[in-house]
Design a protein around this ligand. Structure first.
Ligand code: TYM
Length: 333
């Protein structure tokens, strides 16, 4: 069986990018009987970016409710909170001791923080924690702990999966074959979904469209998507349009081809946005209701997560024990 694994950082409200980049492909993969799926809430990762306890806690509930509302079947999937798996920080340390500092120097998130400091005339390491610096090692531990071979993610996470492979190879080379080598699974139709301002949709840019906004709010957000100043009737270029890109992420191929033609024929922006709203609302309207019902019963979510943690630890505890022997911190028997 193929092991599929993915996680979402619990720092905010899930947005359309998380949905099309990770949640939707992951739920589809979990319905394939040839796969065994591990999906989790990356709450240790959240602490890297967010030191507001209330926000981390609330986001954990929201992301859990999102997966469940979208139909994740927790009987067939191992669904858990990262921090419930105590072996993950332990494995992170073993991997940290096998990871070259040079590899971490090349991580995009770290490099972006250094570049931003330089642009602001600050010291290059200003405000950068060791958490941010070694983030890819924690992520490698998430993946390698469960020997995942397929990791559905958005394109922005590909470098991290490659780093997990590198780290796994180095460990395997030294201590013997313990880890499967993971592969990123990226949906080619989606690439990186753009946000309201045309940059990557991201919590850190504040340009997201949250997935389960109330209808009126969803409409309002869609109306805020930046467009160029073309009038109705003037041909519009679908390939540079955020409205079209988001349309394509939700539409069938036939619907996408039709909209492409309408763009070329000069559809009015207002009309295109109205149709985009209807398309998204039609696909997530029912899940939105389930989402709000779930958020009103956090104890149900907690129960699901505790069951998931027990299932996950049935894998992680013996696996970690084996690794302790492999590195010599327990006697080799
Ligand atoms: P995070 O929380 O930033 O994002 C969760 C998932 O959503 C995808 N995504 C997008 N996809 C398309 N377009 C976008 N605009 C967009 N924004 C986000 C991300 O690629 C990701 O798949 N470090 C990870 C979480 C993580 C993880 C893991 C993932 C921790 N451990 C192990 C996989 C395996 C992160 O911060 O994702």
């Amino acid at each position: 069986k193929q092991r599929v694994l993915t996680g979402i950082t619990t720092t905010g409200t899930p947005h359309l990018g998380n949905y099309v980049g990770a949640i939707r492909p992951a739920i589809a993969a979990s319905q394939d009987e040839g796969n065994q799926s591990f999906y989790f809430l990356a709450d240790y990762h959240a602490l890297i970016k967010c030191q507001d306890p209330e926000q981390v806690h609330q986001s954990t509930l929201e992301i859990a409710a999102t997966w469940l509302a979208l139909g994740l079947n927790t009987d067939n999937v191992v669904f858990y909170r990262q921090s419930d798996i105590h072996e993950i920080p332990e494995l992170t340390w073993l991997l940290t001791c096998m990871t070259g500092k040079g590899l971490m120097n090349r991580a995009h998130a770290y490099k972006a923080a250094v570049d931003a400091n330089r642009a602001d005339g600050e010291d290059s390491d200003f405000g950068i924690t060791m958490g941010l610096y070694s983030y890819p090692i924690l992520m490698a531990a998430d993946i390698l702990m469960f020997n995942a071979n397929m990791v559905p993610v958005g394109r922005d996470q590909m470098q991290h999966i490659e780093m997990a492979r590198d780290i796994a190879q180095r460990f395997n080379h030294h201590y013997g074959e313990h880890f499967a080598l993971p592969q990123a699974v990226v949906d080619d139709h989606v690439a990186v979904l753009q946000g309201l301002d045309g940059r990557k949709m991201s919590k850190s840019y504040g340009n997201t469209i949250p997935l389960f906004l109330a209808e009126k709010q969803l409409k309002k957000h869609i109306n805020k998507i930046k467009t160029n100043l073309l009038e109705p009737g003037e041909p519009k270029d679908p390939d540079t349009s955020t409205v079209f890109q988001i349309w394509q992420a939700f539409a069938t191929e036939v619907q996408a081809a039709e909209m492409r033609r309408e763009f070329e024929e000069g559809i009015a922006w207002g009309e295109a946005k109205q149709r985009l709203f209807a398309l998204i609302d039609g696909q997530i309207g029912e899940a939105r209701e389930r989402y709000h019902a779930l958020l009103a019963s956090p104890e149900l979510i907690e129960e699901v997560l505790e069951k998931g943690a027990a299932k996950a630890r049935a894998y992680s505890a013996p696996f970690m024990e084996n690794l302790r022997h492999a590195v010599g911190i327990r006697k080799i028997c």
